[in-house]
Design a protein. Structure first.
Length: 95
């Protein structure tokens, strides 16, 4: 799994919005993040919320466009195409 990091303002604000699709082996990691929106999205996402040590604390599956999700226990989140959370969880377990 290839993860891009959105560290700064514009990259964090836009995220994956305006893309027509996300390749199945790509994801976007948003550090220092407890809340995300899917405004401007054209496809559903799986959200894998991570604690400070990078361990999963929650998974939101198939979040449709125009939604807001929050996880106060998280310190970051990884956005992947809907249906790809299990592949990411497997990759995290191997790391």
């Amino acid at each position: 799994m290839v993860l891009a990091r959105a560290e700064r303002g514009r990259a964090r604000l836009l995220g994956l919005a305006r893309l027509d699709a996300l390749p199945p082996h790509y994801g976007l990691h948003l550090p220092r993040c407890r809340s995300v929106h899917t405004a401007g999205m054209r496809f559903a996402l799986d959200l894998v919320w991570l604690d400070g040590g990078g361990r999963p604390v929650r998974v939101d599956r198939a979040v449709p466009p125009r939604r807001l999700r929050t996880c106060l226990a998280a310190r970051s989140v990884v956005e992947v195409a809907a249906g790809r959370a299990d592949a990411l969880l497997t990759a995290l377990a191997r790391a």
